[in-house]
Design a protein around this ligand. Sequence first.
Ligand SMILES: NC(=O)c1ccc[n+]([C@@H]2O[C@H](COP(=O)([O-])OP(=O)(O)OC[C@H]3O[C@@H](n4cnc5c(N)ncnc54)[C@H](OP(=O)(O)O)[C@@H]3O)[C@@H](O)[C@H]2O)c1
Length: 294
Amino acid sequence: MHWSAVSGRFTPSARLAVMGDPIAHSRSPQMHNPALQACGIEAQYIRVQVPVGQVAAAFRQFAACGFLGVNITIPHKFEALDAVDVLDPLARQLGAVNTLAIRDGKLHGYNSDGPGFLRSVREVFGVEVQDLRVLILGAGGGAGRAVAVQCALEHCPKLLLANRTVSKADKLADEVTKFSPRSEVRVIPWTDEAVAAEMNGIDLIVNATSLGMKPDDVKLLPGEALTARHLVFDMVYRAAGETPLLADAKLAGARTADGLTLLLHQGAISFEHWFDQPAPLEVMRESLRNAVMA
Ligand SMILES: NC(=O)c1ccc[n+]([C@@H]2O[C@H](COP(=O)([O-])OP(=O)(O)OC[C@H]3O[C@@H](n4cnc5c(N)ncnc54)[C@H](OP(=O)(O)O)[C@@H]3O)[C@@H](O)[C@H]2O)c1
């Protein structure tokens, strides 16, 4: 990659980016560029593919090229933790960095996934996580960890964790309990029977696995386990159509939130870290919707 050429190839110059591997699918530029324009900020937001093991080097190059900020996505959110100069306490607790702000040459690392999840729940369902009994499916990856810790920090009364690799959920349960000793935190077996048996005592179900992007992905739970009083949040988003989980939830009459809502709110929080001003949320929402429908 010719880094010096990266920032100057665009008009206006590239000053913000999303980095990941792969990265071509990311909708973040279509969401952030209209926001920059709406705020009169002369900067371009681009995608940059960075291989594993190169996060620290990439951060240094971004700083050298005059970048203001970067979003970090799969698979770099953990590697980014050790590649910043100043780590925000929340990002440390959530265990991942998805937002880099470069100020006076210093690399500041934040996590906007956890707070973005809270804002999404508040906006879509009109409730606070502190009042919800939560089940997280996929409590083994970065997204599941961020949501679990954020729920514990909010002291939600009950947090059930399920994961294909049970040892990862066990480890997360131990960590999460430290953040909220009064919450009921349990790992449950991920079988149809075990999940169905818990559903009466659950308000919010979160899909934090990477399953649901393809229509033939296996079902996360039996559709009949969902009822009209459940809130269902799928962190995954699809370019076309609904995820199977959200389709089942709607059939059951449950209320739903999708991954695009989270993408919007985590993006707005990143914007606030970079520019210390409110993000133009409606511009970003509209642009994201158009980008997904295009
Ligand atoms: N909308 C947004 O803004 C936003 C933000 C963050 C993340 N996300 C989405 O959230 C998803 C997870 O991201 P991540 O960073 O946590 O990924 P990750 O670290 O790779 O974790 C993947 C999770 O999915 C589980 N999983 C994968 N394949 C599975 C299968 N066949 N059956 C059961 N479980 C399976 C894994 O279980 P094991 O532990 O057993 O491997 C793990 O818990 C991704 O789709 C990502 O795009 C969306």
